[in-house]
Design a binder for this molecule. Structure first.
Ligand SMILES: *Cc1c(COP(=O)(O)O)cnc(C)c1O
Length: 374
């Protein structure tokens, strides 16, 4: 197996591994030669309930038979139902639906400007908020931004220790990931989040949490902010929301400014009935029992492996290049991800069984010396 596949007729934005998957069921993937792989990547924290989970499958299937698309000139039931369910989970919020994480961040940036009449956004070094120009502008990784400058102005990058020096009367929003995902899996402490909340309140800025990766149960609570105990003014969601169908959402708290008026923002496909029906089924499936299972699994991984993270967003540093470990793991029947040149990332389905977790740990130990030293 080579590490990079040349894919004719696809622009070379990805270094794809040389495997073609054809089927998936629960925590398992099957390639076109019929080989099975235990999936601890879950499509990068997307397939939270596991592949082809019966609940979103049935909901999407039923919706496909009824209505696919109407545009946002009209209302559809799945969109209304999903907005209500998300509001209930948040404790009162209104939703804007789009199709991806970057789009959810774009919506958040526009909303924060409109709601405050200010333009500055304070984000953290090492953060990741997406690849569109606006989201990239607030991504704290210079190497990702540099080739595409000039970007959207008025982004400021802080560390948890220097936040206070960057937030002021020009700040529209402080934008934070509860756990930096792409940037290496670095959890934010409750203290830092409380500090950011206090700074936002002091200066009339908005606190926006990018929960595109941490949201929808992955942290062991529906929103990671619920585990950290700090309520934001707005949250972005995407990855796990519809278990693999494209969807993104901006949720704005009921006690935050509405900001948007008709005509301010739009998305042709946003609120797609099939994606929203699947997402409703995802929300119905993520109950207290499943969230407790997520926390138990996290505990199991933490006991067996020297991982850091929160819930089922976990990472482990490796001496070997992460890409080599990822390739070796795949050859050994285990799909994992990376989050930096020497960091592997585990984002398994929330429904992973404890037995499959143990199997994954032993498969990983066979290819990764760091995984042997708990
Ligand atoms: C993945 C991710 C994004 C971007 O989502 P896309 O759907 O790839 O646009 C934004 N923010 C965070 C925190 C993410 O993990």
């Amino acid at each position: 197996m080579t590490s990079v596949q040349t894919a004719p007729k696809l622009l070379p934005t990805y270094a794809r591994l040389d495997v073609t998957f054809t089927d998936g069921s629960g925590s398992w993937l099957v390639d076109r030669d019929g080989r099975r792989y235990l999936d601890l990547l879950a499509g990068i924290a997307v397939v939270g309930l596991g592949h082809c989970h019966p609940a979103p499958l049935a909901a999407a299937h039923a919706q496909l038979e009824r209505l696919w698309h109407t545009s946002n000139l009209y209302s559809t039931e799945p969109m209304q139902e999903l907005a209500q369910k998300l509001s209930d989970r948040f404790g009162g919020a209104s939703a804007f639906f789009c199709n991806s994480g970057a789009e959810a961040v774009e919506a958040a940036l526009k909303w924060a400007r409109k709601a405050t009449g200010r333009s500055e956004v304070v984000a953290l070094d090492g953060s990741f908020h997406g690849r569109t120009l606006g989201a990239l502008s607030v991504t704290g990784q210079p190497s990702k931004r540099a080739p595409f400058e000039p970007l959207v102005p008025h982004a400021r990058f802080a560390t948890p220790d220097t936040l206070a020096a960057h937030v002021g009367p020009a700040t529209a929003a402080i934008l934070l990931e509860p756990v930096q995902g792409e940037g290496g899996v670095h959890p934010l402490s409750s203290e830092v989040l409380e500090h950011a909340r206090a700074l936002a309140d002091e200066h009339g800025a908005l606190l926006v949490l990018d929960e595109v990766q941490t949201g929808v149960g992955r942290s062991g609570a529906f929103f990671a902010w619920q585990r950290l105990g700090v309520k934001p003014d707005a949250v972005t969601l995407a990855k796990g929301l519809a278990n693999g169908l494209p969807i993104g959402a901006l949720l704005v708290a009921d006690d935050a400014p509405t900001g948007f008026e008709p005509g301010d923002h739009a998305s042709t496909f946003g609120g797609n009935p099939v994606a929203c029906a699947a997402a409703c089924a995802v929300l119905e499936t993520i109950d207290e029992t499943l969230l407790a299972h997520v926390r138990a699994l996290a505990e199991r991984f933490a006991q067996a492996l020297p991982v850091r993270g929160l819930g089922l967003l976990l990472a482990l540093d490796t001496r070997e290049p992460a890409a080599e470990v990822v390739t070796a793991a795949l050859e050994n029947g285990l799909a994992i991800g990376s989050a930096g040149p020497h960091t592997i990332r585990l984002t398994p389905p929330l429904t992973l069984s404890l037995d499959d977790a143990d199997l994954a740990i032993s498969l990983l130990r066979e290819v990764c010396p760091e995984a042997r030293a708990a």
